[in-house]
Every structure is written in C-alpha cells, then in structure tokens.
Design a binder for this molecule. Structure first.
Ligand code: SF4
Length: 115
C-alpha cells in the first residue's frame, strides 16, 4: 500500500490545480475503497487537503497537495540570503554574478563544516 500511497501523493503533487478523488482511483487503477483509505492516510498525515467538490451534480473531493514550509536556513550562505529573493533583475541564471557569489559562499561553508 505504501507504494500506491506514494504514487497517489506524487500524482496529486504533479497537479497544482488538484485531482478529483473520483478520478484518482481510476488513474491509479485501484478500487474506490482502497483509494479512500489512501486519501484518508494522506489527509491524516497532513500531506494533502481534501476539499468538497461537486462534479456533474455528484459529490466528490478535490485533492490538493500541501506545500511544505521551506527551512529558512537553506536560503542562507555566509550569513547572506539567496539573492534571488526580491530580485528584480532580468534573470539569466547562468550569467548571474550575484548568484555565483552566493553559491561560492555556500560551497565554502559546506567545505569548512566537513573539516
Ligand atoms: S539568478 Fe540572479 S538575476 Fe536571477 S533571480 Fe537570482 S539573483 Fe536575480
């Protein structure tokens, strides 16, 4: 069941607009009761939201993946916040000196932590 649960989660995460529960069991090629159990586990573990929805007059649920909060420490290198946050420059990632400097700081930090 874990594999199907992970498969269901990945499928739901791949659709930002959400997936109808009445469609999910067909997409996973499982029966609707098994699908309900999987959905309940995903809701209980707070990995998805289940929102009441009517499709052609029939009640079902719209399933949407929850976004997990980003660990703020992952956005810091050398005490500096990643420059992309709030950046208003025309972005060409491969030519961006600000980002390269920040990545360099990150590499130095990781190197010194390993010593
Ligand atoms: S890569 Fe450079 S230009 Fe692009 S958003 Fe980040 S800081 Fe701004």
């Amino acid at each position: 069941m874990i594999d199907t649960e992970e498969e269901a989660l990945k499928l739901i995460q791949s659709k930002p607009e959400g997936v109808l529960q009445s469609e999910l069991w067909k997409l996973l090629d499982i029966d609707s009761r098994k699908c309900s159990r999987i959905v309940k586990k995903l809701v209980d573990s707070e990995r998805i939201d289940r929102i009441e929805f009517k499709s052609n007059g029939v009640k079902t649920y719209l399933l949407k993946a929850k976004r997990s909060a980003v660990n703020p420490s992952l956005l810091l290198a050398g005490g500096e916040l990643i420059p992309c946050i709030g950046c208003e420059e025309e972005c060409t990632v491969q030519d961006c000196n600000s980002l390269m400097d920040w990545i360099y700081q990150l590499a130095i930090e990781e190197f010194t932590e390993k010593e």
